[in-house]
Design a binder for this molecule. Structure first.
Ligand SMILES: [Zn+2]
Length: 195
């Protein structure tokens, strides 16, 4: 376990390594600021910060919902190869089981945020999110399928190296979304293409 004092020292050395003077006025507080920022950016390693995923029995309020539920939003993560930001938009969908449970809508974004808050590759991020949401709905009467698509801009590709802009798309499909072209097509019809 690395102490805060050690982390502060390591960041100072990293600043020196890139040719900086860690004692100049503008940088004196930088190691502490970075340590505080890491606590937020990398909270996905801390199980105590795992979001509690509220679910409801389908039909609880007199309506059994068995159509596709779609949610979308933004995400920010850090690539594990270069420790550079990648960020973009996601689209999530699932087909609730009439005998199963329904996800609290705000929880989807919280799971995306939690899984994004560690060093990631976009291919694993989509899987982590789907796995956590699948587990939350339980093994008894699971949903008929889940889908997640993420489109991300990777700063390690855009601001260095290849220096090419453009989106990377990754998907994770389970159940009916994997088996049925019709279900997949319905999901894709909800997705707008940000450019
Ligand atoms: Zn990278």
């Amino acid at each position: 376990m690395i102490t805060i004092e050690q982390a502060r020292k390591d960041i100072r050395e990293l600043l020196e390594f890139i040719g900086e003077d860690p004692d100049r006025v503008g940088l004196q507080e930088t190691p502490d600021r970075m340590i505080r920022m890491f606590g937020e950016m990398f909270r996905g390693y801390d199980p105590s910060q795992k979001p509690v995923i509220t679910t409801f029995p389908n039909g609880q309020d007199g309506i059994i919902y068995d159509n596709m539920v779609v949610d979308c939003g933004t995400f920010y993560s850090v690539c594990e190869h270069h420790c550079r930001t990648f960020f973009g938009e996601y689209w999530f969908a699932y087909l609730p089981n009439p005998k199963g449970r329904i996800l609290g809508l705000s929880k989807i974004g919280r799971v995306v945020d939690y899984c994004s808050s560690r060093l990631q590759v976009q291919e694993r991020l989509v899987q982590d999110v789907v796995k956590m949401l699948t587990e939350a709905l339980g093994e008894e009467n699971p949903p008929f399928g889940m889908a997640l698509m993420m489109k991300g801009r990777h700063m390690c590709k855009e601001s260095r190296g290849a220096r090419k802009s453009g989106m990377m798309t990754s998907t994770c499909l389970t159940g009916a979304f994997r088996r049925s072209a019709r279900v997949r097509q319905e999901f894709l019809s909800y997705i707008s293409s940000p450019q």
